[in-house]
Ligand binder design. Structure first.
Ligand SMILES: Cc1cc2nc3c(=O)[nH]c(=O)nc-3n(C[C@H](O)[C@H](O)[C@H](O)COP(=O)(O)OP(=O)(O)OC[C@H]3O[C@@H](n4cnc5c(N)ncnc54)[C@H](O)[C@@H]3O)c2cc1C
Length: 431
C-alpha cells in the first residue's frame, strides 16, 4: 500500500500584499501598448529617470529586462555628467544601475525600502536550501545579460522545457494543433481597446473546429497563469508578451547568488523607503523616513504599482505622458508556494514541469520539480487567476496545505465546469 504523503516544510509568497511590490510584474491593459513602457522610461528633465522592468518595451516582467533598463538609465546619468547619483530600489534594475554608475566613477547610493536587496528576485532558505519566491528562471537565456553573469560566476543552472509539461487533472494532455496559433492570430487582429476577454467571448460564440473547453483551457494555461490579471482588463493585442518558452533556466541556490554578486562593493542603504522626490533646478532631493539628501540625479526603479498608487510623491508631478503610461499599465498577481514532502509521490517527468488543472474550471497551476537539485522531494507551485484569493487566505501553513491538496488531487479533476470561466472573465475588477 502507498503511504500518504506528509508535507514536511513549506514557503509561501505574498507579492500581492507586499507594500514594496503590490503585485508580481507589469502588464499592458486595454488601450495600452509597449509605447507606454517606453514613455514611462523617458527621462524627466535631466535629473530624473524611471527604470525597472516595466519600462522595457520587449523584455518587461523579466529580471534581465529590469537589469538592462537599470544599465541604460545609469549610462544616461553618467553621460549627462552627473557626479553623485541616487538609485531608488535594490532589485535587478537598481543593482544594474548602481554597478554601472560605479563603473563610470560616479558616486552612487542605493536607497532600498526593505531590509534586504533583490526586490522581486528573492531567495528564501528552507532547511539548508534556498528557493526563489519571486523570479525563478533566467528567461530568453541566449540573449540574457544576467545569464552571462551567472556563467561567469559558474552558477549551476537547470533548463526547463515549458513546451513539454506533464498535464495533470485534465482530460487532455495538451492543446490541439493550431489552437495556440489561432489564439495569437485573434489577439493580434483585435482592436487596441479590446481586452483578452472580449476576444475569447467572441470566439466562444463560434469555436469550431475547436471546443470551448479546449480554448478555455489554453487561455487558463497560457494567459491566466502567466499574467495573474483579469482578462477583462488585459490588452488583447499586448497582454500576451514574449518571454516564457524562449530558453528558460533556473539557478540552483536562487537568484540571491546573482543579487549578492551585483551588490558587492555598492553603497546600499537598507530600510530607506523613499516617500518623495523633489526635483530642483540644481539638484534632486530624496526624502525617506528620517532622511533627506540631495543628489545630482535620481534613478527610480520601484515596481510599477508603487508608482501607480502614488506611494512616492514627485514634486513637480510626473509629466502627462508618464502619468498616462501609469494609467494604461498595471500589474497582476501571481504567487508561489514551495512544498517539501517526506517522499516523491508524483510522476517523475524529464522536463520537471507540470501543469495542473483543477479541482475546478478556471483553476490552473504550474509546478516545478526541484527534487533533483534539492535532494529532498520538493515541488514549487505557481498560482494565479480568479481562485487565488480563496487559496491565499489565512496563515502560510493554511495556504501550503491547500496547495498541497490541490496538487495531490490533480488527477481527479472534473473538467466540465467551464461556465465559471466566463463569469470570471467578465469580472470588472480592473487593475
Ligand atoms: C512570482 C514571480 C515570479 C517571477 N518569475 C520570473 C522569472 O521566472 N523570470 C524572470 O525573469 N522574471 C520573473 N519575475 C519578474 C521579476 O522578478 C521582475 O521583473 C524583476 O525582478 C523586477 O526587477 P526590478 O528591479 O524592476 O524591480 P524589483 O525587483 O521589484 O526592485 C524594486 C525595488 O524597489 C524597492 N522599493 C519599492 N518601493 C520603494 C520605495 N518607496 N523606496 C525605496 N525602495 C523601494 C523594492 O523593495 C525593491 O527592492 C517573477 C516575479 C514574480 C513576483
Amino acid at each position: 500500500m502507498t503511504q500518504n504523503p506528509r508535507l514536511t516544510a513549506s514557503l509561501v509568497s505574498r507579492w500581492g500584499d507586499d507594500p514594496w511590490a503590490l503585485g508580481s510584474w507589469s502588464l499592458i491593459g486595454r488601450g495600452g501598448s509597449p509605447a507606454d513602457r517606453v514613455a514611462l522610461g523617458v527621462p524627466v528633465g535631466d535629473r530624473l529617470r524611471i527604470a525597472g522592468e516595466a519600462t522595457h518595451p520587449s523584455r518587461a516582467g523579466m529580471t534581465h529586462g529590469a537589469y538592462e533598463q537599470g544599465v541604460g538609465a545609469a549610462t544616461w546619468a553618467a553621460e549627462a555628467g552627473h557626479r553623485r547619483v541616487a538609485v531608488v530600489g535594490a532589485g535587478m534594475a537598481g543593482l544594474g544601475a548602481a554597478r554601472t554608475l560605479t563603473g563610470y566613477g560616479v558616486r552612487t547610493e542605493v536607497w532600498e525600502a526593505r531590509g534586504r536587496i533583490g526586490g522581486r528576485a528573492y531567495g528564501v532558505d528552507l532547511d539548508g536550501f534556498t528557493f526563489d519566491l519571486g523570479a525563478n528562471w533566467l528567461q530568453q537565456y541566449d540573449g540574457n545579460a544576467l545569464a552571462r553573469i551567472a556563467e561567469e560566476l559558474s552558477l549551476p543552472v537547470i533548463a526547463t522545457d515549458f513546451g513539454d509539461p506533464l498535464v495533470l487533472g485534465s482530460p487532455s494532455a495538451g492543446a490541439p494543433g493550431g489552437l495556440e496559433r489561432e489564439l495569437r492570430a485573434r489577439l493580434e487582429r483585435a482592436s487596441p481597446q479590446d481586452a483578452i476577454a472580449d476576444v475569447v467571448e467572441q470566439w466562444l460564440r463560434d469555436p469550431a473546429p475547436f471546443t470551448a473547453d479546449e480554448i478555455l483551457r489554453l487561455v487558463d494555461a497560457e494567459i491566466v497563469v502567466d499574467s495573474g490579471a483579469p482578462l477583462s482588463w488585459l490588452s488583447a493585442r499586448h497582454g500576451f508578451e514574449p518571454g516564457v518558452g524562449e530558453g528558460d533556466r533556473w539557478i540552483v541556490g536562487s537568484y540571491r547568488l546573482l543579487a549578492d554578486h551585483l551588490a558587492e562593493r555598492l553603497d546600499v542603504r537598507l530600510e530607506r523607503p523613499v516617500r518623495s522626490v523633489r526635483i530642483g533646478e540644481h539638484e534632486v532631493t530624496l526624502v525617506a523616513d528620517g532622511f533627506e539628501e540631495a543628489f545630482d540625479a535620481v534613478i527610480v526603479t520601484v515596481p510599477l504599482p508603487v508608482l501607480k498608487q502614488g506611494r512616492i510623491e514627485f514634486e513637480p508631478p510626473l509629466p502627462p505622458p508618464h502619468r498616462t503610461a501609469l494609467e494604461r499599465l498595471g500589474a497582476g498577481r501571481v504567487e508561489k508556494v514551495v512544498l517539501r514532502f517526506d517522499h516523491r509521490f508524483w510522476p517523475v517527468h524529464p522536463a520537471g514541469y507540470y501543469r495542473v488543472h483543477g479541482p475546478e474550471a478556471t483553476c490552473v497551476s504550474e509546478w516545478l520539480d526541484a527534487t533533483e537539485a534539492d535532494g529532498v522531494p520538493t515541488i514549487v507551485g505557481l498560482f494565479a487567476g480568479p481562485w487565488l484569493d480563496r487559496i491565499w487566505s489565512g496563515s502560510d501553513d493554511d495556504v501550503a496545505a491547500r496547495a498541497a491538496e490541490i496538487f495531490q488531487r490533480a488527477r481527479a479533476c472534473p473538467a466540465d465546469q467551464r461556465s465559471q470561466i466566463r463569469a470570471a472573465m467578465s469580472s470588472t475588477d480592473d487593475r
